[in-house]
Design a binder for this molecule. Structure first.
Ligand code: GLV
Length: 330
């Protein structure tokens, strides 16, 4: 134990966290936060230094690679992610280094489904460029054909993946009178959604919404070939992970009229800081800064989840939600 006295030490790779979980953690452990309010490096020496000597790390969206895990080997027993996705973690290296990895399933799907719908409306109805015109003094009254988007109500929605988030999206789609298809899932047809082949989903959907984890198999799941299969009136929504879409191919497809619009909450590199980046200036892309789960209650629940996992492991109990690959060890 490397905190003061006999107290364990927990490193947090952010300068602040929502909710009361930090206070709860401080009752049991010394806590060191990332000291800089401006930015956290994606990975590297600074993060390794922060975590060195710690017993546990609470790591929202931090890159937990082999180098990091080797550097903290022997001291850190658990890296707890407050997110559902754990694509930023080298799980194989964690297994070798004897470091438990936990994520936070079950707490953010409803909020992320809300964000998915927000993006559908912002992108397909062209509400995002309309708001941009308003804020930048370009609202005109002369034209009656300005800011005309496509309807979301009554559209055919194709869900790639059919986990908790996609199912929460399907529940909302019923209220919008949508026909819902899904693919790339072992789940068969349900009351809310019909299972179809991937190609059929791409060809039939007015809106394609991505709800798959980022894995080697899903990297660039949407590339030039898939975009070419989609309708020229289709909207692509990505609240999953940036690299699931080939961004260059998406930009080309939008410019060539192969699809209508796109709504993106996630990007190849985050944070995306260049306001001139084509995905931020494109008139048919609605973009948000990875806020899928960003409500006060949901983010607090996510952190609570991570703290519960840390306290369990520090207490010698099994973690509540080890990532599936480490369930045996948990
Ligand atoms: O991006 C959100 C998550 O993985 O929880």
């Amino acid at each position: 134990m490397s905190g003061s006295g006999n107290r364990p030490l927990v490193a947090v790779t952010r300068s602040s966290l929502p909710g009361g979980a930090l206070d709860r953690l401080r009752k049991h452990a010394d806590v060191v936060l990332w000291p800089d309010d401006d930015d956290v490096p994606a990975a590297g020496v600074a993060l390794r230094d922060l975590a060195r000597g710690a017993d546990a790390v609470l790591a929202p969206y931090a890159k937990v690679d082999r180098e990091f895990l080797e550097a903290v080997r022997g001291s850190v027993r658990i890296v707890a992610l407050p997110s559902a996705g754990y694509d930023a973690v080298d799980v194989g290296a964690a297994l070798e280094a004897g470091v438990m990895i936990t994520n936070a399933p079950d707490v953010l799907h409803e909020t992320t489904a809300d964000t998915t719908f927000a993006l559908m409306l912002l992108a397909r109805r062209l509400l995002f460029p309309a708001a941009r015109d308003l804020h930048e003094g370009r609202w005109k009254r002369a034209r009656f054909d300005e800011h005309l988007g496509l309807d979301v109500t009554g559209a055919t929605l194709g869900l790639a993946g059919y986990g908790q988030i996609a199912q929460a999206v399907a529940r909302r789609a019923a209220g919008f009178g949508m026909t819902v298809l899904h693919s790339l899932s072992r789940t068969g047809t349900t009351d809310l959604s019909t299972a179809v082949e991937w190609r059929e989903l791409l060809e039939r959907s007015d809106i394609v919404s991505l709800h798959v984890p980022l894995t080697p198999e899903t990297r660039h799941l949407i590339g030039a070939a898939e975009l070419a299969l989609m309708k020229p009136t289709a909207t692509l929504i990505n609240t999953a992970r940036g690299p699931v879409v080939d961004t260059e191919a998406l930009l080309r497809a939008l410019d060539d009229g192969e699809i209508h619009s796109a709504g993106l909450d996630v990007f190849d590199v985050e944070p995306l800081r260049d306001p001139k980046h084509p995905v931020l200036t494109h008139p048919r892309i609605a973009a948000l800064p990875h806020v899928g789960s960003a409500t006060e209650a949901t983010r607090a629940r996510m952190v609570d989840h991570a703290v519960d996992n840390i306290l369990a492991v520090l207490d010698g109990r099994p973690p509540l939600t080890p990532v599936p690959e480490l369930k045996e060890r948990g």
